[in-house]
Each structure stands twice: as C-alpha cells, then as structure tokens.
Design a protein around this ligand. Structure first.
Ligand code: NI
Length: 255
C-alpha cells in the first residue's frame, strides 16, 4: 500500500475535516503517513497526530523559514521528543533562499545545529532545500552523519546533483511537481534515479498534483504521482507502490 513520506495534516486547511479525511485513508490505499514538523507548533501537531492515529508517524524539526526566533532550549526540546517511539526523523530542516528570510547566516546556523541534533538522536534527516543547492550540499558534506540516512524532500535540482545525493545514500522525495507540465528536470531525475531510492510524498496541503494543482493536497492524490512515475519508469503502478513503500520503511527504519 501507499506510504506518504511527508505531509502536514496539522495545517489549518484541514481543520474542518481532518479526522474524517484521515479515517478515509486506509480505504483509499494509504497505509502510512509521516507527519513532518516545520516549526514549534507543527512539531507539537506532528507528535499529537502520531499519538492519535496508529498509521501516522512523526518527524520533529524547524523549517529554515521558521528559525529566526529559535534558541538552544528548542534544540533540547526537540532532542527530548526524538526519543519517542513514533518519531522517525529530524525534519524538515535545511535552507530556503527563495525568499531569503531569515538571512542566510541564520538559516545555515540552525541547519547545522539540527544536523548535529540528528547525529545525537541517531535519526535520519528530512532535508528542505530550495534555491540553495551549493550551500546545502556543502553543509551536508561537513555536518551530516550520512550513515543515519535521509531524504531530499521535494527534490528540485538537476540529475547531476541527484547523483551526488544518491551516492551518499540519500533518498529522493518526489511529489505533485512531477505531474506539472514544466517538470522536465524532475522527470529526468526520476528517469535516471534507481527506483529503490525514490520515495513518494505529498507535502499536503501544498503541491497538489494535476488535475488538482493549486488546490488543497492530500495523500489520496498520490495516485497521480504514482501514475506519472510508472509512466516514466515504464513499469506498473502496483510495482511503484510496493517499491516506494519498501523504500520509505527502510528510510524511516520501520522494516
Ligand atoms: Ni513540508
């Protein structure tokens, strides 16, 4: 069954129907979801959702756009959460130069600090990297314990950069963007990457695939992502589902 490796169901956009929607996942073929923290409140939400629903796991971390007011006490708090049974990763953490806010130096500081946190927690990392290919790679090379593994979530760089991450043992996270008309570069990455290193993700409520582009995303729409990967890889949807599920369980050590 389908494994959604990255979602944010704590988001306000699910306030009206969250429980009903999550309870419909199984009948729509969704077996597991990792609810990813992107700040203090969303990390609390992730823990709460993973405690309420047996099929939801959580990741704890602070997104690069949310690090402006973070201090050491938050790191101690995240470290204490990391020992909980259903916390499977540190993330999402990384660099986002798209809006350049907060400034790059601050983003880099907390990216490095949270990579150290992942080393201490001995957990894989979920990396968010946008318009920051070079700095992300430099910091991962210097500060990440790659033996704990990780995923480059919503991969948006070239096949050459994908190759470097694959060589280091990372997984490539693929979501709704693969269904967009202008996704030639990502299609190229998916075509070249070995299937046993690709995981699928929604980033719900963001990045809904075609034909729902611009609408609220949810794990049920992964069907369209799977169709597109199957088309590119020239194998069946069933095989894509089975292999990416196995990959996700390996990434998050649930096998
Ligand atoms: Ni996300």
């Amino acid at each position: 069954m389908i494994f959604d490796t990255h979602a944010h169901y704590g988001d306000n956009r699910f306030n009206k129907d969250r429980h009903k929607l999550l309870m419909s996942m199984k009948q729509n073929g969704i077996e597991n979801i990792v609810e990813v923290g992107a700040g203090i409140q969303s990390t609390k939400d992730a823990i709460a959702l993973s405690e309420k629903y047996d099929f939801i796991y959580s990741a704890v971390g602070i997104h690069p756009s949310e690090v402006a007011d973070i201090d050491e006490r938050h790191m101690e708090w995240l470290l204490s959460l990391s020992t909980k049974e259903k916390v499977v990763a540190i993330g999402e953490i990384g660099l986002d130069y798209h809006y350049n806010e907060p400034e790059r130096l601050v983003q880099k500081k907390w990216f490095k600090r949270q990579l150290k946190l992942a080393r201490e927690a001995m957990l894989p990392v979920i990396i968010h990297s946008r318009d920051a290919a070079e700095d992300t790679l430099d910091i991962i090379k210097s500060d990440c314990d790659i033996k704990n593994g990780g995923v480059i979530h919503c991969f948006s760089y070239s096949p050459e950069i994908a190759h470097i991450y694959l060589d280091m043992g990372f997984y490539i996270g693929v979501g709704g963007v693969i269904t967009f008309k202008n996704s030639k570069k990502l299609a190229d990455v998916v075509e070249k990457a070995p299937l046993d290193r690709i995981v699928i993700e929604t980033d719900a409520p963001y990045l809904a695939p075609e034909p729902y582009r611009g609408k609220r995303n949810c794990s049920i729409y992964l069907k369209y992502v799977i169709d597109e990967i199957a088309r590119i890889k020239k194998i069946s949807q069933k095989e894509i589902i089975d292999i990416t599920e196995r990959n996700a369980k390996k990434l998050y050590r649930l096998d």
